[in-house]
Ligand binder design. Structure first.
Ligand SMILES: [Zn+2]
Length: 489
């Protein structure tokens, strides 16, 4: 690994002349100088012409060991990716291993990643520590423990929560087995609360589960985040979805093909959908939709052909995503026009209800589920922001979802305030305005005209990512990643 990718720790950092998006859903303001000492934001000083007149005579602008000129740039809180699986498998990511994914996230301003299992809890706890000590190039990790398939009773669930707590995880990721009921979930949530495991429970509700989003929300309340969209339309449809007689849940083509129709069917019962959403809102349950990972279902060739794959996606990952019955989510055999049409319809309805959920007071977060179905680490987090904009949200609200909403859902107290005095120094310094165009955050940059309009130049990108006061030069990280991918071809 080249040294330039490593984060640098300074006694103090001053970011000068930035336009600030604080992550609390308020409009941007600036320019400001942001003062960081150690791992904490110490001050935010407006330096626009009007504010400058209000400082006492003799006042001078703050100085630091490291001064970053952010004129023309926007600063947001570090983004949080709420749904991620860390690739430890060398077959997938080569000798760089998980750092390949970590670096891609950091290069996109992602400073916190909530890991959703499976089976690598000990390694992740170790990485969480190493990231905190700045010994690896990685975002802050919030580790959700892997829930074993063997637990079927409330008593076993309580014991299992204690075991995971002793192991040191922050919360739990669960995909309930078909016959496991909400009594188990209720016991989990109760025990989790007792033990103060603040990161809560991320639940992926399979279509063949006896639990749906309504039952999960009632059982887990504000300690639950509903992942993806599973369980929500299912809770609204009276009885079962209209599966064909030969449907088999274990056949992934069946599963994903018919998942394309579920929202259309639920939408025939709008009042029932609203009841589910209102119950989630009343219970304080978060919705983490991860729309980006399914995007391939509505436009297979387009998503496969994203231009960043050439520079930043490992050949081994591309190989893994090709249709094969052996891997989860690599099911695009004979994917049909009709499947894409169904999924396009599904997204329209899904997005409409996401907006309704938000409008009625629900909390939404940003997760990617990267590593599957051509959703590349980092890039897919930004793409999720774009999809939320497509769903009708204001970019200011989307930044809030990706930052302070996530912090609240995970009980990360030092991040819940966004960019303000006393918060953790987790920031993304962006060469452009993400509220105008989220594409400025892509690591592959943005093509635009040169000043004199005679040539096309590459601009944009997150320039610096700061995590716990540690400063990462994202351009150096991207160069390193590009070389790595090239070398693996
Ligand atoms: Zn997942």
């Amino acid at each position: 690994m080249s040294d330039s990718t490593f984060g640098k720790k300074y006694s103090s950092v001053v970011i000068r002349d930035a336009i600030l998006i604080d992550g609390r859903g308020k409009p941007p303001y600036g320019p400001v100088d942001i003062v960081i000492e150690g791992d904490t934001i110490m001050d935010i000083l407006p330096v626009d012409p009007i504010s400058l007149k209000r400082y006492p005579e003799g006042w001078s602008r703050p100085d630091g060991e490291m001064v970053i000129d952010a004129s023309g740039m926007y600063v947001t809180p570090g983004l949080v990716d709420m749904h991620a699986h860390i690739p430890f498998d060398e077959v997938l990511c080569g000798p760089m291993g998980p750092e390949y994914a970590y670096k891609l996230w950091l290069a996109h301003g992602v400073t916190t990643v909530r890991t959703c299992g499976f089976g690598t809890d000990e390694k992740l706890i170790e990485h969480r520590r190493m990231s905190k000590e700045n010994r690896i190039v990685a975002p802050r990790l919030v580790v959700l423990g892997s829930w074993p398939a063997t637990v079927t009773t409330p008593q076993e669930a309580r014991e299992e929560v204690h075991r995971l707590h002793a192991l040191g995880v922050d919360g739990i990721k669960v995909i309930p087995r078909p016959h496991v009921g909400e009594d188990v979930l209720r016991a989990m949530a109760e025990e989790l609360r007792n033990l103060g495991m603040k990161a809560g429970i991320a639940i992926h509700i399979p279509q063949n589960s006896v639990i749906d989003a309504l039952k999960a929300s009632d059982a887990g309340g504000d300690r639950i985040t509903i992942e993806h969209t599973y369980g929500i339309p299912q809770a609204a449809i009276p009885g079962t979805q209209s599966f064909p007689p030969d449907y088999n849940y274990s056949n992934e083509i069946d599963r994903f093909r018919w998942s394309g129709h579920v929202w259309m069917e639920a939408d025939r019962y709008p009042e029932r959908v609203l009841n589910v959403l209102d119950a989630m809102i009343a219970n304080g349950t978060t919705w983490d939709p991860t729309m980006v990972v399914y995007e391939i279902n509505r436009e297979l060739e387009l998503v496969k052909g994203r231009r960043w794959h050439e520079r930043f996606t490992l050949p081994s990952l591309l190989e893994h995503w090709r249709p094969t019955p052996e891997y989860h989510a690599s099911y695009h055999f004979n994917w049909k026009t009709s499947d894409e049409v169904a999924w396009k319809g599904k997204y329209r309805i899904w997005m409409r209800y996401l907006k309704t959920f938000f409008d009625r007071g629900g909390r939404i977060t940003v997760g990617s589920d990267a590593g599957f179905m051509y959703a590349l680490y980092g890039f897919s987090t930004i793409r999720e922001l774009e999809l939320l904009q497509e769903a009708g949200f204001h970019p200011i609200d989307i930044i809030k979802m990706a930052t302070t909403n996530a912090a609240k859902a995970m009980g990360q107290d030092r991040l819940t305030g966004g960019i303000r005095k006393g918060s953790a120094a987790d920031l993304a310094i962006i060469n452009g305005n993400p509220l105008d165009n989220f594409k400025v955050m892509y690591g592959s940059g943005l093509e635009r005209y040169s000043e004199d309009k005679t040539e096309v130049v590459r601009g944009g990108g997150v320039k610096w990512t700061i995590k716990d006061g540690v400063v990462f030069d994202t351009k150096a990280i991207l160069r390193d990643l590009e070389e790595y991918v090239e070398g693996m071809k």
